[in-house]
Ligand binder design. Sequence first.
Ligand code: SF4
Length: 311
Amino acid sequence: MEPLISRREALELLAPQRRSELRERAKEATAQHVVKRFDFCSIINAKCGKCSEDCKWCAQSARWKTDCETYDWIGEEACAAAAKEASEKGADRIGIVMSGRCAKGSEIDKVCAALRAMRRAAPDICLCASVGLVSRADLARMKEAGLQRVHCNIECAPSLFPSLCSTHGTADKLVTLRAARDLGLQICCGGIIGMGETDKQLVEFAFALSEIAPDSIPVNVLHPIEGTPLGDRDILDPERVVDSVALLRLVNPSTPLRFAGGRRDMSDEIAARCIEVGMSAGIAGPLLTTPGADFDDDRELALRAGYTVKC
Ligand code: SF4
């Protein structure tokens, strides 16, 4: 669906004297355009750390000294067990997540075997994967093995990204996202707020997502991790979190906006206000390197806001 506001209006609505209007308009947009079904996904961190890339926010980059656990492939049995458990807990989907620039070769063989095992273990769950800047041919192989949705975040405004990562760029991500779309796969694409974006860059991020038109937009709030170059940043002001969600909602009126990293740094009161202005999906259980939301807490908040959930 097309944005409800122009780039200029979006910037104007972020001015301090217009922010209550921004939130009111986002609440109306949420009431009018968002499907009242709170979508929960779960992720399995199938390969962790030792990443060649230099993303400044990420504990998994081999370039930073962090306490991040590191391990190679977790195995298809563990993936299948996670899918079964997620399905039983009421998650709508589960994603295999692997650190690294891009899974390829034998790693793709392992992901394909895991997808098949996950399908057998949980026949009704949607299968997703977040395995980097994968080629079209490898996406096609994974689709054949049961993959339904591909996750690849643009992370932030394209104008901000080069200051946060030098080893790949937004254009590389768009290649994978376009290939996924061409193959008929669904797309999950969002990013992280609180990495120093200006109002203009927040607007740029929201409109870049609108152009990609994902099926789901994960909204992470930076959880600064000691040892990373962003480790000494302050946690984003909760009022700015609410305004950012409101803006994303007005620019992406009907796309599920998903709580992701940083949810545990938020009070339930702020989370409830984020739901009012547009959040409509979540990740249940542990995240990659930060604690995730408690499934029961977020299910309760969603139900209170008038959403239905799977169970
Ligand atoms: S965000 Fe992904 S590509 Fe970047 S350092 Fe972390 S694991 Fe590697």
